[in-house]
Write a protein that binds this ligand. Structure first.
Ligand code: NCD
Length: 321
């Protein structure tokens, strides 16, 4: 049966390894067999106050496949445009549905919403904070792809797995959440490769180290140096909307050195044949579209798996304890 989780889903720090494995198992079952339960009396409200294609639509697709009804609201069409507070919007929407999937530009916003909501809040990205449901679909994809390569993520006796996180590690909430889940597994090496000023926050590295003191976290390598030993290449977009001054964004992405944080033919030639190339999408110049034809590219598998994982998440939210 599903993962029992009737509370808010705000942060990966709520999960233990057992729960993460249950989510992976349940998403795999749903992918193979389809849903086993329908929730026709439930209404899922998606409240997206920042642009989104995948997270917003995959949650709606997941809700529809579970027989739920959906209501979608954005900042542009809501009274937020008239200055209504997040809290007041949530206090209102709680009477219209059974769960709120919330994306908001402010870090900590989903926690704030949870403080006033009688129905579960699911964090679908809070500024440069966290993106726990993306992290779950990412770890599911890593688990599944490793299995295809006859590698068990769980196995403490296997060779170490090297994950290179590349790009805007300061602002990528998908990375902030995923590294915490990765640290739950044995023999993980995380390489952080970011342009100057967009490095991984010390706070995140500290938290990951607290989860598992055996996880190796390495900074200071170039992507070109690291690629030959990388098993999972996790690319990210430079988050233009997080810059206070957009000129700083262009100074990074238009500089010659930025190519060191992008995929190039020379780079992929040095990569392992068994490597997997991930990206939460949307992409920018760091991941050219010619990479799609490379068998190591798995980012559209992440997109597909996102629906199954979100079905597992909604099922958990709506299942009786
Ligand atoms: C990411 C996000 O919104 O955090 N996208 C996603 O949810 N799949 C990454 C990004 O915007 O670059």
């Amino acid at each position: 049966m599903g993962v029992m989780y009737r509370k808010h889903l705000l942060s990966v720090f709520q999960f233990n390894k057992h729960q993460v494995l249950q989510y992976i198992k349940r998403a795999m079952e749903i992918k193979r067999d389809g849903p086993s339960r329908m929730f026709p009396t439930k209404t899922v409200i998606s409240m997206f106050f920042e642009p989104s294609t995948r997270t917003s639509c995959s949650f709606q697709a997941a809700a529809i496949r579970l027989g739920c009804r959906t209501i979608a609201i954005t900042d542009k069409i809501s009274s937020a445009e008239k200055g209504e507070s997040l809290e007041d919007t949530v206090k209102t929407l709680q009477y219209y549905g059974d769960a709120i999937v919330l994306r908001h530009p402010e870090k900590g916003s989903s926690r704030k919403a949870a403080g006033v909501s009688a129905i579960p809040i699911i964090n679908a990205g809070d500024g440069n904070g966290e993106h726990p449901t993306q992290a779950l679909l990412d770890i599911f994809t890593i688990y599944e792809e490793m299995r295809k390569r006859n590698i068990d993520l769980m196995d403490g006796n296997r060779e170490p797995i090297t994950v290179a996180m590349v790009g805007d590690l300061k602002n990528s909430r998908t990375v902030h959440s995923l590294v915490h889940l990765l640290a739950m597994f044995p023999k993980i090496r995380i390489l952080y490769i970011a342009p100057p000023s967009l490095e991984i926050p010390e706070e995140i590295m500290g938290q990951v180290g607290n989860t598992n003191d055996e996880v190796q976290q390495i900074t200071g390598l170039s992507l070109f140096e690291a690629i030959g030993e990388t098993d999972v290449l996790y690319m990210t977009r430079i988050q233009k909307e997080r810059f206070e001054n957009v000129r700083d964004y262009y100074a990074i992405t238009l500089s010659h050195g930025f190519l060191n944080y992008c995929i190039t033919p020379e780079l992929l030639e040095r990569a392992k044949g068994s490597a997997m190339i991930m990206h939460p999408l949307p992409r920018s110049t760091e991941l050219p579209s010619w990479v799609d034809a490379d068998p190591r590219a798995v980012y559209f598998k992440q997109v597909e798996n996102g629906v199954y994982m979100r079905m597992a998440i909604l099922e958990g939210v709506f299942s009786e304890p």
